[in-house]
Design a protein around this ligand. Structure first.
Ligand code: CO8
Length: 256
């Protein structure tokens, strides 16, 4: 479900589960973490590009797998996702997200783990979790405000609305928007420009810049996982996820 290809000093990681719009289940998260470890161990790789196969980048964590979790299992699933995402974020080399389509929930959160984000004009972003009876659980509550600012992050997370690439650009969620057919070429050009610079200096610069936002991230992610797990004892979460999986109408939320 994760493809890893090398092209000179550049590696391309593709989330490839197109039948479920690349939704992240436990097996995919495990492969994602392993792929990050493979990239880390290969000193020849200087830049990583992360993208998705088909019409989605990643349409979120797998709702079918999450729907019946209880609080403990929910928290544990959140931690599995957080670990895989941290393995990507903490790579010493720069990571570019080439967002080709839907980047929702865990997908938007995966893009937030990259150092630079390019988007296709067809990309769509959002944190739909509160509409599914849960909080964002793969780092969105912490990384989104760090990238776009507090109140804009609040608005996106609390409304759960989906935005197009042009709005994502205005918000600073992506750095550039390009036509769909140009996305991978542009990502490769950017990666090549970075890979042509001195590897030790590039890695040092990445670490230094990341320190700007990394303060207390670890602790804050732990609290996010607890809050995420707590949603899985609610009827609202069960009913909203059941409605998604059975393609039926979501009942109004009751707060229970
Ligand atoms: N999980 C599981 N399956 C999914 C998901 C998902 N997130 N997204 C899409 N799929 C599946 C659909 O069920 C469908 O499967 P099937 O063909 O078997 O019916 C297939 O992918 C194609 O999807 P659609 O038919 O719905 O495609 P559309 O083009 O009509 O719609 C959308 C595309 C708008 C992207 C729609 O699929 C959608 O709304 N998906 C869900 C998006 C979402 O809410 N994502 C957030 C999930 S929650 C999350 O990510 C929490 C992160 C934190 C987790 C922490 C750890 C627990």
């Amino acid at each position: 479900m994760i493809k890893l290809e090398k092209n000179g000093h550049i590696a391309v990681l593709t989330v490839s589960r197109p039948e479920a719009l690349n939704a992240l289940n436990s097996a995919t998260l495990k492969e994602l973490k392993e792929a990050a470890q493979t990239v880390r161990a290969d000193e020849d790789i200087r830049v990583l590009i992360v993208t998705g196969e088909g019409k989605a980048f990643v349409a979120g964590a797998d709702i079918a797998e999450m729907k019946d979790l209880d609080a403990e299992a929910g928290r544990a699933f959140g931690l599995v996702g957080q670990e895989a995402f941290r393995a990507i974020e903490e790579l010493p080399i720069p990571v570019i997200a080439a967002v080709n389509g839907f980047a929702l929930g865990g997908g938007c959160e995966l893009a937030l783990c990259a150092d630079i984000r390019l988007a296709s004009e067809k990309a769509k972003f959002g944190q739909p979790e509160t509409g599914l009876g849960i909080t964002p659980g793969f780092g969105g509550t912490q990384r989104l405000p760090r990238v776009i600012g507090l109140s804009k992050a609040m608005e996106l997370i609390l409304t759960a609305r989906m935005i197009r690439a042009d709005e994502a650009l205005t918000l600073g969620l992506v750095d550039r928007v390009v036509p769909p057919e140009a996305l991978m070429d542009e990502a490769m050009k950017l990666a090549s420009a970075i890979a042509a610079n001195a590897p030790v200096a590039v890695r040092g610069a990445k670490e230094a810049v990341r320190r700007f936002t990394a303060h207390s991230l670890g602790e804050d992610l732990m609290r996010e996982a607890e809050l995420f797990g707590a949603c899985f004892v609610t009827e609202d979460q069960k009913k909203a996820m059941e409605a998604f999986v059975t393609k039926s109408e979501k009942p109004p939320f009751t707060g229970k």
